[in-house]
Design a protein around this ligand. Sequence first.
Ligand code: AHR
Length: 567
Amino acid sequence: MKITRRTALKSSAVAATALALRGPRMFSQASASVDAHIDIVPGEPIGTISPELYGHFIEHLGGVIYDGVWVGPDSKIPNTRGIRQAFIDTMKAVEAPLLRWPGGCFADSYDWRDGLGAAANRPARAGFWGQEDSNQYGLHEFMHTCRAIGCKPYLAANMRTLPGRDFYQEIEYCNAPSGAVPTNSAAPPVRNALAAQRSANGDPEPFNVDLWGVGNESWGCGGNLVPEEYAAMFRRFTAWTPSFSGPPLRLVAVGPNGDDVDWTRRLFKSLYSNPERRHLFGLSVHYYTSGSPTEFAAGDALAFGPDEYYDLLTRGSIMERVVTDHWAAIGNTQEAGQPRVKLVVDEWGAWYGKGTSLGPEYNLSQQSTMRDALLTGITLDIFQKHADKVAVAAVAQSINCIHSLMLAQGDKFTVTPTFHVFQMYLPHRGGQAVRAEFSAPAIRNPLANAPIPAGGNSYTGSLEAVKLLAGLSGSASISPSNPKLLTLTVVNPHLDRPVTTEIAVAGASIASYRGTVLVEPDVHAHNDFAHPDAVHPAAAATATPAGGRVAHTFPAASVTTLQITLA
Ligand code: AHR
């Protein structure tokens, strides 16, 4: 279904675009030729943008690990130690900071010991997603993947089917040095047995894993627990964990299903009902945007009309409420004398039905279009705008899955439009997020009154309240190395309306700027194995600044990165 100018104009969404102006106009001068304003306020810092906001996730699911990441050392497909070379290269191209593994739901049935030792001796086991797992890809192969990419490992530990002993021994296996370890007692140093086993399995150097998820979705596949039950398990699993000379452990507690703030409130109340200081770095948050307004994990990745397009982006933007609501719900931690807990949004993305899967054995694989590129931009901008709250995020999942950067099948490979957005947002990494006010004609979500989707990881509470999609959204940051260099990323979701926008910087003048834009005449545009470069970014057409401001035109249905140099 091609969305033409005529069909877009007929859409109730676009007919209603001029309904509202978002946010206050602060100091911009009115201009007849300008229909939106972005006011950047460098004097109002929000927080440092953690490079870990651009994290990744791979799970033993469909074709994610087997075929996607792991092709095996004897494969004709180019690989490093069995890991698909194109996967490594693409993850390097987006400077992936971290990779989460082995799940997802898979993690809570997985025994990390099954993936150790000689490949031929590893047991095949039934895995969560109804698959037999050969265990050819185990802990060491995962660590080699991270080393090849140059990223941090983020392990999700099994809390549902393994006892706490396995959790702390997995930490020991990963982090104990292989030489003699001081005993912190009157006894002489000794070699740690699990480190010796790791060494015998080929890796004498510790993996130094600091980021640990303590279970996954314990309200669902991770145990069907209520928050009080999970809190008790979390306290028991984490009351003591082994520490060595590496970085301190960052433990992540299982958070809510989407917007379920009740989970967060009850979890923290229960966690702190025992006054011992908690070893808690972050709260995991999962929020997926279904391709259908009425059903979870439904809708078509490729066949959608203007209404579905606007509806998906509107519901995707709810991520901002998800972030701020859970942040507010855990805001009591400082009062309780406990460490500040950050948000770890370690599963997010658009989740469609099976229509565009690579094949039946590639469970949850789906195509990805310009619509998903816009959702990527909207989501990353939300994380950046809330850099004081969100410390880590991971897109679900990197390859052959829900909101992937890559698709691979045998020797066929392509990146998706989402890959390009990850690359375009790199200049924000490590920057100082600053307030930026956007005011632009908003879009009414034409499907706002559809019933709330039931089940799954989605928005369960206040969908009906979300009727408007911002006519322009984005975020701004100051370069960590140059205070005169700003990065501004902007999504224009209007299907048929380029938005000419006056950009101003409070207390400063724009001297020059340049930009990159991802835009296609049709939002259904996507890459496939035959056309891996159909969607790619280009240099943005720029205007000449005047009076310290600039009027830049953001094309319809586009994602833009601008690099602004101040005078
Ligand atoms: O990413 C797919 C699944 O979605 C994960 O396994 C699970 O955590 C979530 O429900």
